[in-house]
Write a protein that binds this ligand. Structure first.
Ligand code: BG6
Length: 476
């Protein structure tokens, strides 16, 4: 039987704001994550007007990787990581975001971090914008509702490509750019695009304009990366949540198709450099994205991505409603429970086969190499005598790796690697909790911010080490 390539990139993933801490260290500026309080499984995080007294901002300290990075990377090496996906906190490099010159202390931090990885032959994989925009850019420019953001982002990207071109080969521009449509739209508009929706404003319209600027910025960054160094590979990062029809009723099938279009057109633009016809028709009908220039369209075409990075956690299931003849997808109205799937405490369905389905769906449409840059199971862990028996996490990952292997070995999909979320316990992006844990390494810290920050190897740590050692053969 065929096996995965020997250079398959096994590793783990995180994002700077969710684990670095050191929110004011080394000249770092305030990011959107720094003004978000902790929520819970049932209560959303609050976005405050700047940093307020007596509020719990979990990202400020996070797990203090900033001061523990040598110890943590050593643990990643012990697991056998061949790569490690993180992001570069924009506010460490440009504290406000609109400066011309970068902050050398911030640049130096990532030099040290990447060198430490390379010391163990761990390849850094880097996302440029992962929900950590400089807050100043929101206050002064309104975030991505402003075209000027394109220049600020491209400047940031250029500085990073030039500085780290010999240390980082694989890059991604915007994390889960498509998460701004559907699923708690206003929260994601803030975390992805730094947009505070004003009262009476059409959030969807604002999102389409912001996404257009982001896609243009991404395309310019891709083009620049290739000029700076031909060897750099720049991908997009899409949240793949397959949307299934509830059953074979034609209206449900059409509703699911329209929902998939609404969720994944971002990938069409990233990969083909053009808006797909259905999206042109939709935007025209709605009168959205009024600011699209001829140069934008040329840029999109010239800066198509090299690979398709994506996250996969779950699938969703869709049912049409009678009052919606145009099949405009609204997750609050159209999402229904899949009778065949169980859900986690946070309501996320567990659907390993959906990973293979999503990979095939991407492959049929785009014919590009893929990279699974997030996949994991958020769960509470219990420490018993210093041990964490997280069989639920092992089961989840095992089932997904089995489906991933089928996609590669039976469906012939070109897959660069697999970086489960998360390499180590970190702050949840959606809820701000520590107790929604994904890591192979337990971090002693709770939702109130209490704990010693000690690191403990979970059972999944030893299991994943064997998986990597055997190149995905040993999954028991
Ligand atoms: C992805 C994000 O949406 O899901 C991560 O890229 C995030 O930043 C991950 O942490 C898991 O979501 P959550 O809300 O459980 O942290």
């Amino acid at each position: 039987m065929s096996v995965l390539n020997d250079d398959f990139l096994w590793g783990g993933a995180v994002a700077a704001h969710q684990f670095e801490g050191g929110w004011k260290v080394g000249g770092k500026g305030i990011s959107v994550a720094d003004i978000m309080t902790a929520g819970s499984a049932s209560e959303n995080r609050t976005i405050t007007d700047g940093v307020l007294d007596k509020k719990n901002y979990p990202n400020h300290e996070a797990i203090d990787f900033y001061h523990h990075y040598k110890q943590d990377i050593k643990l990643f090496a012990e697991m056998g990581f061949r790569c490690f996906r993180t992001s570069i906190a924009w506010t460490r490099i440009f504290p406000k975001g609109d400066e011309k010159q970068p902050n050398e202390e911030g640049l130096k931090f990532y030099d040290d971090l990447f060198d430490e990885c390379l010391k163990y032959n761990i390849q850094p994989i880097v996302t440029l914008s992962h929900f950590e925009l400089p807050y100043y850019l929101i206050e002064k420019y309104g975030g991505w509702r402003n075209r000027k953001m394109i220049d600020f982002f491209v400047n940031f990207a250029d500085v990073c490509f030039k500085r780290y071109q010999n240390k980082v080969k694989y890059w991604m521009t915007f994390n889960e750019i498509n998460n701004q449509t559907g699923y708690n739209n206003e929260f994601c508009l803030f975390t992805n695009s730094g947009i505070k929706v004003k009262s009476g404003e059409n959030a969807e319209q604002v999102m389409y304009q912001a996404a257009h600027y982001e896609l243009v910025a991404s395309s310019i960054a891709v083009r620049h990366a290739h000029v700076i160094n031909k060897g750099l590979q720049v991908g997009c990062m899409i949240a793949m949540v397959p949307l299934y029809p509830l059953d074979s009723k034609p209206a449900n099938i059409m509703m699911a198709e329209k929902a998939m279009q609404k969720r994944y057109w971002f990938a069409d633009v990233h990969v083909t450099g053009e808006y797909p016809t259905f999206m042109k028709a939709f935007l025209k009908k709605k009168g959205y994205t009024t600011d699209v220039t001829h140069d934008d369209l040329i840029n999109l075409k010239k800066g198509t991505v090299d690979y398709l990075g994506f996250s996969y956690y779950m699938s969703k299931t869709i049912k049409a409603t009678d009052d919606n003849p145009e099949y405009e997808y609204d997750d609050y109205k159209n999402d229904v429970q899949n009778p065949f799937l169980k859900v986690s405490e946070w309501g996320w369905s567990v659907d390993p086969e959906g990973l293979r389905y999503g990979m095939n769906w991407f492959n049929d449409r785009f014919h590009l190499p893929q990279f699974i840059v997030e996949n994991g199971f958020g769960s509470r862990d219990v420490v018993e005598n210093g041990e964490i028996h997280d069989n639920y996490r092992i089961n989840y990952l095992r089932q997904h790796i089995i489906e991933m292997k089928k996609a590669v070995l039976e469906d012939g999909i070109d897959l660069l690697g697999y970086t489960p979320w998360s390499a180590i316990d970190i702050v949840s992006a959606g809820t701000g909790q520590m107790e929604k844990r994904y890591g192979f390494i337990y971090v002693d810290k709770d939702d109130e911010g209490k704990g010693t920050l000690a690191r403990l190897r979970k059972d999944s740590f030893y299991w994943y080490k064997k998986v990597i050692e055997s190149n995905g053969q040993e999954l028991d």
